[in-house]
Design a protein. Structure first.
Length: 372
């Protein structure tokens, strides 16, 4: 059975629960409340993180709420305890980005990822608390990043995956100027209870067409597609068994109050009659490295690890996804030891099938008709 690694590759930090937007698909339960992380929490996390960063590449990802809603002064104070070796990333809706924020990003060497779902018409779910479209504010923030010469990534949520959508989406992000693009098909999780079931052929076609658009002009690193291609290549050369790490990355999320949830940031702030609040401890009372060393003993984590083994024994796609995500199992199935979810189907199974369909449909001219 795969266990949890004692050392993560990154830590997610929640500087504030508040978000200035009210996106329809958001999973966060406290996004209307401004509950801010104290410097004491950041200091406690840094005590474990700094030695990890001294031994190799390590990231802290600031993720809210909207992290920028905490303000530059608070964010700077939260970052101060971390050593210079730590890479800082921020996931932002970009609506608050201006020249002053760009100078802050440059000074603190923060890597920026912007949440935007494509052209204006595709951002109907991204609205302000007054219900007004946020798109113009998002692109103003992106324009500021470009004006200051700051590279950025983008993250898009797709709620209508279909082949016709893929080329439009990719062309938009080419024009936006991002260096890396992540594509998430909308998930049913947290307070978002909208259905995420889609026609299988349409979703497979979406991924196949996205691969085709990327191959025509591969200036953007397309996160999901590039991983799929690496996996397919590893299968062909017989090295696929070495792609999955022996232990799962615990991906600790440290909430504003210091509580730590492992494996799925989406579980933070929720409670369950069987498992309580999903927390494995609090950094204000227990060092983060100690919490992670014992996290596998958290009740729901053991249930999830059993589910991972069930996937291993039953799913031909296990080598590609490694057993999926805890939050998707819980919010779709009500338990952590279930197996296949709509998220698996949309973003793992049909992703890989779409990549393979594209490969079959675009053989090199010298390939024989019978070649697979």
């Amino acid at each position: 059975m795969r266990g949890l690694s004692a050392v993560p590759s990154y830590v997610v930090m929640q500087p504030t629960t508040l978000c200035n937007l009210d996106c329809a698909y958001c999973y966060l339960p406290l996004r209307a409340a401004d509950r801010r992380m104290s410097v004491a929490v950041a200091e406690a996390v840094a005590a474990s993180v700094n030695p990890w960063a001294a031994s190799g590449r390590f990231s802290v990802v600031w993720h809210g709420g909207e992290p920028l809603a905490a303000g530059r002064e608070r964010l700077a104070a939260l970052m101060a305890p971390f050593s210079a070796e730590v890479e800082h990333h921020v996931q932002t809706n970009a609506t608050l980005i201006d020249d002053a924020w760009c100078e802050f990003f440059a000074t603190h060497r923060i890597r920026v990822s912007v949440s935007v779902d494509g052209p204006r018409a595709r951002n109907g779910d991204r609205v302000t608390r007054a219900g007004q479209p946020a798109y113009d504010r998002i692109v103003r923030g992106v324009a500021a990043l470009r004006r200051h010469g700051l590279p950025f990534s983008a993250l898009a949520v797709v709620n209508d995956p279909s082949p016709a959508r893929a080329a439009e989406l990719y062309a938009y992000f080419l024009g936006l100027g991002c260096e890396v693009l992540g594509v998430n098909i909308e998930e049913t999780e947290g307070v978002n209870t909208r259905d995420n079931a889609h026609d299988a052929a349409a979703v497979t076609g979406f991924w196949a067409e996205l691969v085709a658009a990327w191959r025509r002009d591969p200036r953007i690193h397309l996160r999901e597609v590039e991983w799929s291609l690496r996996y397919a290549a590893a299968v062909l050369d017989g090295t696929a068994d070495g792609l999955l790490p022996a232990s799962l990355d615990p991906i600790p999320t440290v909430a504003y109050d210091g509580s730590v949830v492992v494996l799925s940031p989406e579980l933070a702030g929720f409670t369950d009659p069987r498992h309580g609040d999903f927390s494995s401890g609090n950094v204000l009372t227990t060092p983060l490295h100690t919490i992670l060393a014992g996290a596998a003993g958290t009740g729901w984590v053991g249930e999830f690890l059993s589910g991972v083994e069930a996937c291993r024994s039953s799913c031909p796609y296990f080598g590609f996804c490694g057993g999926g995500h805890a939050a998707n199992r819980y919010f779709e199935l009500g338990r952590f030891d279930g197996t296949e979810t709509e998220h698996c189907r949309n973003s793992k199974i049909r992703l890989l099938e779409g990549v393979l369909d594209h490969a079959r449909d675009h053989k090199s001219p010298g390939a024989r008709a019978g070649d697979g």
